[in-house]
Design a protein around this ligand. Structure first.
Ligand SMILES: Nc1ncnc2c1ncn2[C@@H]1O[C@H](COP(=O)(O)OP(=O)(O)OP(=O)(O)O)[C@@H](O)[C@H]1O
Length: 544
């Protein structure tokens, strides 16, 4: 069955099976797949699979970008890229979708329960988002799932509705009822509205897998809340998480990008009394300075241009639970003062509000920067540093825990291998993985394994199937980019030179003298280059 696989920032986030019915993708909530993006039309595109080929029909009137070119109507080639606003999707003619069950989308889909379980068999839901997993034991005979904090299982996912679905234990099976969700509840490639399932069953909602399974299910790998690793540093980390999670101590997670900081923050949340309450991640580096205060504390209607409605901030959303502030070192100084006040008083104030409100939130901060040197440079408040970093958790980079590479790679292999297939890593491929410097850490390993899986020709991944995000020169530790097709070495060197200079200009706030000094070039050479690139300021131009 064909499928459309959505990627965001290179990561696979959503897989949609294309059945024999016409499927409409668009921003509007009448679409079969809703894409939350203002650049996408309400009804952007329709895809129809006739059993052999899939035809695209643009509904936006502007064409839909296929392989970089706008298409109005045509047959989709296997592996072609579609661009939908900021989302990209790959069309696969032979997806790894489900082979059992009906392929059409219906208003009431009956899937045969695989196996009845005794009414009292304890069950659990494993919530999988990418490589992150959390487990929730079922305490009652029914539970609701959605984004809204009032749901029994709160799942943060942009494609999930406030109240998305309900699961009721019924005569040894489970009845899954989609509660009018926008993007649907999926059983393999089938959109289900009301269905009886046995255990284990995987439901797909938005970017999330909900795996209903007996509590006795043996985990395939000995992972602590999804954290795989047997290295001494990882074992100590797990021990520390278990000890500090139930306390109220402020925990800061320190480690390079891609080492698993968010996974550790989730594990802390799950091991604390706050499990079952919201876990809200906020990446301070990804939000513009203007919006970050409202993102964190919310705003009142009309408090600034564009604030057409009042909105809750992350603190309010995390009430009772945990707020994970990633890249805390990027928080502007004025916001650092407000954050400190919130931590000390337990009170926050929406932008434009006259009164503060109380919230009960555990803040877990993370950074890949050396925060203490930011404190010394005056870019991070010392009092906030000591407030947040009572217990620092250090995450080791992957290059210093090479013994875990095999277990991690096999975990990602299992995760991405299409159902029903077995793929293994050849010895030569594993050796190649062992020798790499892993500047992107575990996230890079995950991407490398995923890519190798798509590139392999047989049932085994060979060394030649492995391509790294960036090849790193061992002597200099610098990432070596590949020459893009059609570009000469000279053009590439010029491009890199310009990128290095521009980055230095940004870093040193356009101070030309400092840039020339740091880069070890004469000021006249720097000026000549800037002039060639049209980057000189007006006052630097010679008078004519
Ligand atoms: N020990 C681990 N076991 C299994 N998977 C892991 C482990 N550590 C990280 N991962 C996976 O690697 C990916 C990157 O992890 P995560 O997003 O938590 O890193 P991060 O340190 O928060 O990165 P950044 O600083 O860029 O936000 C995720 O898919 C995560 O699930």
């Amino acid at each position: 069955m064909p499928e459309l696989v959505f990627f965001r920032r290179g990561e696979e986030v959503l897989k949609v099976g294309l059945g024999l019915e016409r499927m409409v993708l668009g921003r509007g909530d009448k679409s079969d797949v809703v894409i939350p993006d203002p650049e996408v039309s309400r009804q952007q595109v329709a895809l129809t699979f006739d059993g052999t080929q899939c035809t695209l029909e643009d509904l936006s009137g502007k064409g839909t970008s296929v392989a970089g070119t706008p298409m109005t109507r045509g047959v989709l080639a296997d592996g072609v890229d579609l661009r939908l606003g900021q989302w990209s999707a790959v069309f696969r003619l032979h997806g790894g979708g489900q082979t059992e069950g009906p392929t059409e989308i219906g208003s009431h889909t009956e899937a045969q329960p695989r196996e009845s379980v005794s009414r009292w068999q304890p069950a659990q839901v494993r919530v999988r988002q990418g490589a992150n997993e959390t487990v929730h034991k079922l305490q009652a005979d029914s539970f609701t799932v959605g984004k809204d904090p009032s749901c029994d299982l709160v799942v943060q996912d942009p494609f999930i509705s406030s109240r998305h679905l309900k699961v009721v234990r019924r005569e040894g099976n489970f009845q899954v009822v989609d509660t009018n969700s926008t993007n649907g509840t999926w059983l393999g490639a089938v959109r289900v509205f009301e269905v009886q399932v046995g255990l284990p069953t995987t439901l797909r909602v938005g970017e999330t897998d909900l795996i209903l399974e007996p509590v006795t299910a043996v985990r395939r790998e000995q992972a602590f809340h999804g954290l795989i690793g047997n290295d001494m540093a990882v074992r100590q980390l797990v021990d520390l998480i278990q000890r500090v999670a139930p306390s109220t101590a402020a925990v800061a997670i320190l480690g390079e990008s891609g080492t698993g900081k968010e996974l550790v923050a989730r594990a802390l949340h799950e091991c604390s009394q706050r499990a079952g309450k919201p876990f809200i991640p906020v990446n301070c580096a990804a939000i513009s300075k203007e919006l970050i205060e409202s993102e964190l504390f919310g705003h009142e209607k009309g408090s600034f241009t564009g604030a057409t409605n009042a909105r809750k901030g992350a603190f309010e959303e995390a009430d009772g639970g945990t707020l994970f502030l990633d890249e805390i070192g990027e928080l502007p100084l004025d916001l650092q003062a407000k954050l400190l006040r919130a931590l000390e008083s337990g009170e926050i104030k929406r932008v434009g509000a006259s009164r503060p409100m109380n919230v009960d939130v555990r803040v877990v901060a993370a950074t890949n920067r050396d925060l203490l040197s930011s404190v010394r440079e005056g870019r991070f408040r010392e009092d906030l540093y000591y407030r947040l970093c009572v217990v620092p958790l250090h995450l080791p980079p992957l290059r210093s825990r090479r013994g875990d590479i095999l277990a991690l790679a096999e975990n990602f292999l299992r995760m991405y291998t299409p159902r029903g297939q077995t793929v293994r890593l050849s010895t030569a491929a594993l050796e190649r993985l062992q020798q790499h410097a892993w500047p992107g850490n575990i996230r890079e390993l995950r991407n490398v394994v995923h890519r190798a899986l798509l590139l392999r020709k047989g049932a085994s991944i060979e060394a030649s199937d492995i391509t790294f995000d960036q090849e790193v020169n061992r002597e200099t530790g610098v990432a070596v980019p590949e020459l893009p097709p059609g570009m000469t070495l000279e053009q590439m060197l010029l491009k890199l030179e310009r990128q290095i200079v521009e980055a230095a200009l940004r870093r040193y706030n356009n101070n030309r003298e400092r840039v020339a000094r740091e880069l070890g070039v004469a000021r006249s050479t720097l000026f000549k280059r800037l002039k060639e690139w049209g980057l000189t300021r007006q006052e630097e131009e010679p008078e004519s």
